[in-house]
Design a protein around this ligand. Structure first.
Ligand code: UD1
Length: 422
């Protein structure tokens, strides 16, 4: 297994290109299942999670062709042979559940393996199930698979979510566009990835209103056509690279990044004393001399502070002046980076969903590893400012969500390399 070796202490200076959003692309790709006609996605990120979704769609009989080195995905579902998402693929990536809605909507049946446990908590799929049941499907759990049936098609309904779920909103939306009649999704997630999915579905002929708000209304149509859609920039990749100069010092311009996608996060970063400005090409972040100020963070559904940036923000807080309290409200077990950061000299106490970080002047490099994507990248960020060498192992987590991270950071002057294992 590869590792990433970072030697801290170099200030950053340069530009980093922000890719298309992984999480948007993972929802857009299954939308191909809703139509016979081709769907083309441009600005796709080149990540292992995208390859996993490709394998899943291909296992159903869809055609997925990578063009321009993977930047463009040409998808077609005119020849679907199976409605079964196999355990072997689903267990690798929870977002596989996103084929449930489209399969049910178009074929009236789907069998999707339950994803099983995950490093950051139990992460059930009951809300996905609830949405499909509201639309008239019958679901049954057998042999570890959700067996869903809607022999006479889905019908529009009110779907009220008891808590906000990004994935369940996406599944509900994709199922509703082909359901008979009107659907109202209440307490819908408002993430930019949902808005992006709605834009793409609308370009395919769907009738949707209210995306980006808590109530989405859909008027079902009988067929959808093809389209070409450009994937929204990745706000989590953007936030991660905005934190790089905040932690290491220097200036980085995140090219293609959109500040409006990370408003709450950018406000927090500014509060720490970091300069954040919009440029013609994206977002520029700089840190001049001195330590940053500690700030408190509470994660929340969009437009709140994203849980997917909590670990990276903690890496910054480790060397801030003062005490910072980070409260994780989305996932139950999302502080696995804390003990690893402590191995680098951070002072962190975790009590349930709250972490209290007392800033220290300097972190020291250490061999570390993490069990999920965002935790892994927080260790790379911490390594940028740590004294000496940090070796981050289990890099496959990083490759799920960050395209060529070592090259992007090295281009800004970071002393970072990938160490290939034998
Ligand atoms: C998506 C993102 C993930 C991000 C998360 C929260 C993708 C591919 N992944 O994940 O990076 O961290 O949003 O912003 O887009 N829940 C239930 N029952 C369900 C579904 C969810 O209880 O059926 C709970 C979850 O355990 C969690 C909360 O709802 O506590 C929010 O999860 P959700 O928004 O569904 O996250 P994902 O869509 O899986």
């Amino acid at each position: 297994m590869d590792s990433i070796k970072v030697r801290g202490g170099t200030e950053l200076d340069g530009r980093i290109a922000i890719a298309g959003a992984k999480n948007a692309c993972l929802a857009l790709m299954p939308a191909t299942l809703l139509s016979d006609a081709p769907l083309t996605l441009t600005n796709a990120p080149r990540l292992s999670d995208i390859r996993t979704m490709t394998t899943l769609l291909q296992s159903l009989g869809a055609e997925v062709t990578q063009l321009q080195g993977g930047r463009v995905l040409a998808l077609s579902s005119h020849d679907i042979a199976s409605q079964r998402a196999d355990y072997d693929i689903v267990r690798k990536m929870r977002a596989s559940i996103l084929v449930l809605g489209p399969l049910l909507a178009r074929w009236g049946r789907a069998e999707v393996s339950l994803p099983g446990g995950c490093a950051i908590g139990a992460r059930p799929v009951d809300l996905h199930q609830h949405a499909m049941e509201c639309l008239g499907a019958e679901l049954e759990l057998r042999d570890g698979y959700l067996h869903a049936r809607a022999p006479s098609g889905l019908r529009g309904a009110v779907i009220e979510f008891p808590l906000v779920s990004v994935g369940a909103t996406e599944n509900a939306l994709m199922a509703a566009v082909l359901a008979r009649g009107e659907t109202e999704i209440r307490n819908a997630a408002r993430e930019p990835e949902i808005v992006d999915l709605a834009h793409c579905l609308r370009a395919m002929g769907a009738q949707i209103e209210g995306e980006g708000t808590a109530t989405i209304r859909v008027q079902g149509v009988s067929t959808l056509h093809g389209t070409t859609h450009s994937v929204v920039p990745d706000r989590i990749e953007l936030g991660t690279y905005m934190l790089a100069p905040a932690i290491a010092g220097g200036t980085v311009e995140c090219v293609g990044g959109r500040l409006d996608l990370v408003t709450r996060f950018a406000e927090k970063l500014s509060e720490t004393g970091i300069s954040v400005e919009e440029t013609a090409d994206g977002v520029r972040v700089s840190r001049s001399n001195g330590r940053v100020r500690a700030v408190d963070v509470v994660t929340a559904p969009y437009p709140g502070f994203p849980t997917d940036l909590q670990a990276q923000m903690m890496a910054l807080m480790c060397t801030a002046e003062g005490v910072s309290v980070l409260e994780e409200r989305i996932f139950e077990n999302r502080f696995m980076h804390a003990p690893e950061l402590m191995r680098m000299g951070a002072r962190i106490e975790v009590h349930g969903g709250t972490a209290r970080v007392t800033g220290v002047e300097r972190l020291r490099g250490a061999p570390v590893m993490a069990t999920d994507l965002r935790a892994s990248v927080s260790l790379v960020l911490a390594g940028l400012a740590a004294e000496g060498e940090t070796m981050v192992s289990r890099v496959y987590h990083l490759d799920r969500g960050y395209e060529r991270i070592e090259e992007k950071l090295r281009a800004c002057g970071a002393d970072i390399e990938r160490v290939r294992s034998e």
